[in-house]
Design a protein around this ligand. Structure first.
Ligand code: ATP
Ligand code: MG
Length: 460
């Protein structure tokens, strides 16, 4: 971003003055004093553990040109401009909106229960072929991360792709009003964050608040593959356009055509009147909905066949998202970034498809934040694992019994072991072997299943 301090005062509605040093031009906004660069605006965000207001002096020492705070601050050098607002996070949102207005950017907002970052990266890869494009920094997708990402966009970035993440009721509306999308896309919905959102219909209803903040003339896109989502989407925005990977009559359609090599998949796309086949660094039928969402959104913002094909072919996928690689005679699938029931089920099915006749080994960690649904969802995980035809299932975390019961219920005849450390996993695996096998590693972020993958990779 690039705004004068007086513009920032006006945009945030803050009380204060630009100080005695003239009206500096601010080119960066920071909330972490360690990340402050000279001339930036330091926004004091009160957190659960630490309060940014306590770091304002340090930020100024490191060169912050001004501070945005919710209270007067002592201990700052004489003449430091302090902008006072009631709620600094809300002010950050207003500032991001003002910057968007200044740039005149068109914005794609991405939400869904699994794969937002993947869709964001794919969309940005396509739009990057159309013109200068900005996107969220990593996974910065909440009330703080979204505006910070928007403020990182440069003056010439006319196309913005932003993922929006929610975990509780009431979170989408304020987030969506910061983004005010031109194109809003929800590519799936599943039992994620159930602790707060209740059930899948609750998740869908909350997510479709995104459509209520569309700019006039904007386009809503939702997957028809998920009945709860499609119902909620039509209720929230009757003009919503459908996307289908299951052969339904929809303006936007996709189909997975299979892997052409480890980690490269072929997909068919139909985008209104445009039909094409694309190759991307993703394998697995579950990614058809991600690729479709990205291509449809980009098409609406002006991408043609060459941009869609080239963007998807050269997209660089974020790490730990179903990343397949060969090591010796093994295929390792690193899906350790995160897990919820939807992504777990789809990843297991895609791993089984990858394995075909080779041995399949599932190394799974607990799915967190399931609340009262935890037992039932882990039981279903056991059922999905059994249905995949896995030769062995290793499990780390709580609800192991429920997983075991799910396996038994489904007549599973393979091995099942609870392994609460990577060493225990290697120890249990050693006598079993499974040379030439496909190994899937996946679990919630805090289960750190990447450590299991690293241990295995070092052992072979
Ligand atoms: P977060 O909520 O943490 O921001 P996200 O929605 O951005 O997550 P990603 O980071 O792209 O999602 O992927 C999270 C996990 O979901 C990864 O393990 C990824 O492989 C898996 N995943 C991605 N797309 C899909 C999909 N369409 N269906 C099922 N699982 C998916
Ligand atoms: Mg994400």
């Amino acid at each position: 971003m690039r705004m004068t301090l007086s513009d920032i005062l006006a945009a945030t509605g803050a009380v204060g003055d630009v100080g005695e040093r003239g009206n500096p031009v601010i080119e960066a906004v920071r909330i972490d004093s360690r990340a402050v660069v000279p001339g930036s605006l330091f926004v004091c965000v009160p957190g659960a553990r630490l309060d940014g207001h306590h770091f304002a002096a340090e930020a100024v020492e490191k060169g912050a040109a001004a501070v945005l705070a919710d209270r007067p601050l002592a201990g700052l050098p004489e003449g430091t401009p302090v902008l006072l607002v009631r709620d600094t996070v809300a002010a950050l949102g207003r500032l991001a909106r003002a910057w968007r207005e200044r740039v005149g950017a068109r914005l794609v907002a991405v939400s869904g229960s699994a794969g937002k970052t993947t869709v964001k990266e794919l969309t940005a890869a396509i739009l990057g072929k159309v013109g200068p494009t900005a996107k969220n920094y990593k996974n910065f997708n909440n009330r703080i991360g979204l505006p910070l990402s928007m403020l990182e966009a440069g003056e010439n970035d006319a196309l913005w792709v932003m993922e929006l993440g929610i975990s509780a009721p009431g979170e989408m509306a304020p987030l969506a009003s910061i983004a005010e999308p031109d194109v809003a896309v929800i590519h799936n919905v599943g039992p994620a964050h159930l602790q707060a959102l209740g059930d899948v219909a609750g998740v869908a209803a909350e997510k479709t608040f995104l459509f209520r903040s569309l700019r006039p003339g904007g386009t809503a896109l939702a997957s028809m593959d998920y009945p709860e989502l499609w119902d909620a989407a039509r209720a929230a925005f009757p003009g919503v356009r459908g996307m289908s990977t299951k052969g339904q009559a929809a303006p936007y359609r996709a189909k997975y055509l299979g892997a052409i090599s480890e980690g490269r998949g072929r997909f068919f796309l139909k985008l209104d009147d445009l039909e094409l086949e694309v190759v991307t660094p993703l394998t697995g039928g579950h990614f058809a909905e991600n690729i479709l969402a990205a291509a449809a959104a980009a098409r609406i913002l002006g991408a043609g066949e060459p941009e869609i094909a080239a963007g998807l072919a050269t997209a660089v996928m974020p790490e730990q998202r179903f990343f397949c690689r060969r090591q010796g005679c093994y295929t390792l699938i690193d899906d350790t970034y995160n897990a919820n029931p939807l992504s777990m089920r789809r990843a297991i099915a895609a791993a089984a498809e990858t394995a075909q006749a080779r041995p399949l080994v599932l190394v799974l960690g607990e799915m967190r934040e399931m609340g009262a649904h935890a037992e039932a969802e882990h039981g279903k995980l056991g059922e999905a694992a059994a249905a995949s035809g896995a030769n062995a299932v290793f499990y780390h975390g709580a609800h192991a019994e429920a997983v075991g019961e799910g396996l038994t219920r489904s007549g599973y005849a393979g091995r099942f072991a609870v392994v609460d450390t990577p060493d225990a996993f290697l120890g249990a695996l050693a006598p079993m072997g499974f040379g030439g096998g496909v190994f899937l590693f996946k679990g919630s972020r805090s289960m750190r299943m990447e450590e299991y993958l690293a241990a295995f990779s070092q052992s072979i």
